[in-house]
Design a protein around this ligand. Structure first.
Ligand code: FMN
Length: 474
């Protein structure tokens, strides 16, 4: 599975309409993340060229994302009044508009191209293709990821044979990936949506929506995602094709909102005049309205007129930084590691209070037994993956001994050495003091050395915190 091969839990979001470039995808892929290319609005030939260029720039993992076309064109009666309103407004200002039209965005040709390319991942947005399409892509060597925005869509994608679900919360920038746009579209926030889908589906999940810091990335990993699909936080990178007017807006603290005014499909962008004026009148008619406003948006982008551009952005856009993509990934990964360690330490503290004395007594007995048998695996089996550990001895690991979070590999290395150094080591319990979730063990360790060790258990009965104090016996 591709997610297992990634060196960092970061997936670049496909960013159709300009920001997505071969350079950006290659830069993220080169860090060990997944570099996505957006196929939306490109012809098959353009997509083919981008794939070639990305491969030329990086031999990392790359993916492509396709919009699933709607099954039919919108009813003209549903969008004509809106088009007339736009036409009057545009005429008064001498602004260009296009004609409404349906298009499947070169669907068949792009699909055939991807069947030939055999990229590690192909993802779909705005729907889930039939099982035959998914099977054909898998036969061609691609995993199939489906973007979902509700538990119902997750069930549908799982039933169709998706390999991975990209879970898009309402915070996300750009279009809602909903299979069908409708007036009463559910708008799940990312964390509740992840929790709901995690509880019902065994499929690996990738979380998407306003993740711009390592703390937020740590949160979605804790909530059951295997990686985060991140868009807006990469849009100020020099490798991104984001327009200048869009970059300037991303750097502000401006609010975002959801609108159909630009494309006829619900999308999140930075609020501006066009959005505020037309959102309430805009009907559901995608891609018809996309083609109506596209000349207007192109002109506004060229002229730096931010009030008329679709400034797609997630809710945390103000946290995006103008750094090379490699540095964005590095910063996110470093922050995530710190955030996860802090959360473990914090969780260990608050997990107190539920452990019975019998359980603590049994733990103490088993723990002494394991130590006295010099059985490293059994000793380690009593500990959680990461523990808050404080002992004068762990300075030997090169870490600060005061309440440091350390993982099992470090504990194994250290205790392996301790057992080698003291082949006669035996612990003799001399006293035990039971608290609500901790036990203070007083024991004689090596000859002439007495220790008092406070051991705290988490909810699963594993040691989450231990601190030892040693005294030389007189
Ligand atoms: C400019 C822009 C273009 C987008 N284009 C696509 C796209 O082509 N395909 C897709 O699945 N999602 C697209 N998205 C949504 C992203 O996949 C992702 O859900 C979103 O970027 C996550 O929120 P964030 O931008 O706050 O990180 C786009 C988002 C933005 C901001």
């Amino acid at each position: 599975m591709v997610l297992e091969q990634l060196k960092v839990p970061i997936v670049l979001a496909p960013l159709a309409g300009g920001p997505s470039t071969a350079e950006l995808a290659a830069a993220v892929a080169s860090t060990g993340g997944l570099g996505f290319l957006a196929a939306g609005y490109l012809t098959a030939a353009e997509l083919s060229e981008r794939i070639r260029r990305t491969r030329e720039l990086s031999d990392g993992q790359i993916a492509a994302n396709l919009f699933v076309p709607g099954s039919s064109a919108a009813e003209p009666g549903s969008y004509q009044p809106y088009c007339q309103q736009l036409a009057r407004w545009a005429r008064e200002r001498d602004l260009p508009l296009g004609e409404p039209r349906y298009s499947d965005d070169d669907w068949q040709a792009k699909l055939e191209l991807l069947l030939r390319e055999g990229l590690p991942v192909v993802s779909f947005t705005f729907g889930c293709p039939e099982r035959q399409v998914l099977d054909a892509l898998r036969d061609a060597g691609s995993e199939v990821w489906i973007t979902v925005t509700s538990p119902e869509e997750a069930d549908e994608a799982e039933a169709a044979g998706a390999d991975v679900l990209v879970v898009q919360g309402a915070e996300a920038g750009g279009h809602r990936a909903s299979f069908i746009d409708r007036p009463d579209l559910p708008l799940y926030g990312l964390l509740p949506l992840l929790s709901l889908i995690r509880s019902g589906s065994p499929l690996p999940l990738v979380a998407s929506g306003a993740i711009a810091t390592g703390k937020a990335l740590a949160a979605v990993l804790c909530a059951g995602a295997r990686a985060a699909q991140i868009g807006t936080a990469f849009m100020l990178c020099p490798e991104a094709g984001t327009s200048e007017v869009h970059r300037a807006a991303l750097r502000t603290q401006a609010d975002t909102g959801l609108t159909r005014a630009f494309t006829g499909r619900l999308a999140r962008g930075i609020r501006n005049q066009f959005m505020d004026q037309f959102s309430s009148a805009a009907p559901i008619a995608y891609p018809e309205l996309h083609y109506v406003t596209s000349p207007l948006r192109r002109r506004a982008r060229e002229q730096g007129e931010a009030e008329l551009v679709n400034l797609w952005a997630g809710e945390a856009h103000a946290l995006a930084q103008p750094l090379p993509a490699v540095d964005v990934v590095r910063r996110l990964v470093a922050e995530t590691e710190v955030a996860l360690r802090r959360a473990v330490a914090q969780g260990a503290r608050s997990a107190a209070s539920v452990v019975a004395v019998d359980e603590l007594r049994a733990l103490a007995d088993r723990w002494y037994e394991a130590w006295n048998a010099h059985d490293l695996d059994r000793i380690l089996s009593h500990y959680a993956e990461d523990i808050v550990f404080s002992s004068p001895f762990i300075a030997a690991l090169g870490v600060d001994p005061s309440g440091t979070v350390i993982g099992k590999p470090a504990l194994r290395a250290y205790w392996g050495l301790a057992l080698k150094r003291f082949p006669e080591l035996r612990f003799e319990p001399t006293a035990a003091l039971f608290g609500s979730s901790s036990v203070t063990l007083v024991y004689r360790a090596v000859e002439g050395l007495q220790a008092a060790e406070v051991v705290e258990l988490g909810r699963d009965g594993l040691i989450v915190r231990a601190s030892a104090h040693y005294d030389r016996l007189p």
